[in-house]
Design a binder for this molecule. Structure first.
Ligand SMILES: Cc1ncc(COP(=O)(O)O)c(C=O)c1O
Length: 390
């Protein structure tokens, strides 16, 4: 066999794929592993969403290929959602696109916009797909460090002018994975002004917009005047509606970016199963009140983790949104990678070392809150006992 692609061969294995085999080994030995590492919601979607899927799947007409880029019903629902949630007008025909989960769109946007050697601005820490997408497009990237002193927000003034001038694409993600940081509208106004100045397309990744606590409501970058000139926003039904396995998301915003991404995707995929689009439409347009109760469950879990970590001497902020706590280890533990490996080995509790999300995560760990509350309590109890015994 001839050599495979050098670019693909150089990709680091996805962290969670490796972790899975370590966890399987422990489970085979009888260890009761508690996973606070992944971001897949444990709760189901509201039953009316599942009912819609079943009803639609029973219709013999719903089993063929569905329209490229999403059904008109789903795209109208995306537009309705943006109007209701953010008071933003989205033209369903030209400014919205259905995605096979937002990860697919995030990845493919790189190939839509980048030629080899082009420059991309990436937050650090980052959702790993931004980096893999840039690498597989043979693009260059510049990290924009997210630091606690700055509320884990991108500091646009710190981006060197020569890099900004040549950059084509900038990734932003608020509410943020992994830091749990949130951005206000003023931040997005600065982002849009920066993108205008340097003629950069902003890709704002916003799957956690509707997972917020303590009354916080995350804004959309699309609320900024003129945002559509320079930005696309990705969103997803995975986290908002507990539909991660269904694979359905959306991109909205800049017409030309949407057109190019739709054209690129139409060469590769054949859209989404129509009953999933129908159920997604129902999720976006029906009564949203169940999300309030769901978010209260996350809020309680967040508090359990936050209080437990504080008791153990971690430096951690109480996140207003998303599904993660981003904690700096107490000084007596040097390396978070070793900390997470030892903790898993000794207690069966799995947390993610921050460096998985980029060099700026090297002193941190990420703890997610997507397992039942009593299991989170059990995990924190094990952590506390383990730390006390060190
Ligand atoms: C920041 C961020 N963006 C995108 C995604 C992907 O979500 P989806 O299920 O829509 O592909 C995730 C999933 O964890 C995420 O954390």
């Amino acid at each position: 066999m001839k050599q495979p692609s050098k670019t693909v061969a150089n990709l680091k294995p996805y962290f969670f794929a490796g972790l899975k085999s370590v966890i399987s080994d422990l489970q085979e030995k009888g260890v009761d592993v508690i996973r606070l590492d992944m971001g897949s919601p444990d709760l189901p979607p509201a039953s009316f969403i599942i009912d819609k899927l079943i009803e639609s799947a029973k219709n013999p007409k719903k089993h063929g290929y569905s329209p490229a880029g999403g059904s008109p019903g789903f795209l109208n629902a995306v537009s309705t959602y943006y109007k209701r949630r953010f008071d933003v007008d989205i033209d369903p025909k030209t400014e919205a696109l259905a995605l096979i989960g937002s990860k697919e769109g995030l990845f493919n946007l790189n190939h839509t916009f980048l030629d080899p050697g082009d420059w991309v601005l990436l937050p650090d820490p980052y959702y790993p797909v931004y980096l893999a997408g840039a690498q597989l497009a043979d693009a260059n990237y510049h990290f924009m460090p997210l630091v606690k002193e700055n509320g884990f927000l991108v500091d646009f003034d710190a981006i060197p002018e020569d890099i900004a001038t040549k950059a084509k694409l900038m990734w932003l993600n608020y509410p943020n994975n992994p830091t749990g940081a949130v951005a206000d509208l003023a931040f997005f106004e600065r982002a849009v002004a920066f993108a205008r100045k340097f003629d950069i397309l902003i890709a704002h990744d916003a799957p956690y917009s509707d997972l917020s606590f303590d009354g916080f409501e995350a804004p959309s970058i699309m609320e900024v005047e003129g945002a559509k000139d320079v930005a696309v926003e990705f969103n997803s039904l995975s986290k908002t509606y507990n539909m991660a396995g269904w694979r359905i998301g959306m991109a909205v915003g800049n017409k030309e970016a949407i057109r190019l991404l739709a054209n690129y995707k139409s060469q590769i995929d054949s859209s989404i199963f129509m009953p999933i689009l129908d159920a997604g439409q129902a999720a976006l347009t029906a009564d949203q009140s169940w999300l309030v109760e769901r978010n209260k469950i996350y809020e309680k879990r967040r508090d359990v983790v936050y209080n437990g970590l504080k008791d153990c001497g971690f430096e951690v902020d109480l996140p207003k949104a998303a599904l993660y706590l981003w904690a700096k280890l107490p000084p007596k533990f040097g390396d978070p990678v070793k900390f997470c490996a030892d903790l898993l080995n000794d207690t069966g509790v799995s947390m993610t070392p921050g460096v998985v999300y980029g060099p700026s995560g090297k002193d941190y760990i990420r703890i997610s809150i997507v397992i039942p509350t009593d299991r989170i309590e059990e995990a924190i109890g094990r952590l506390q006992a383990w730390i006390a015994a060190q």
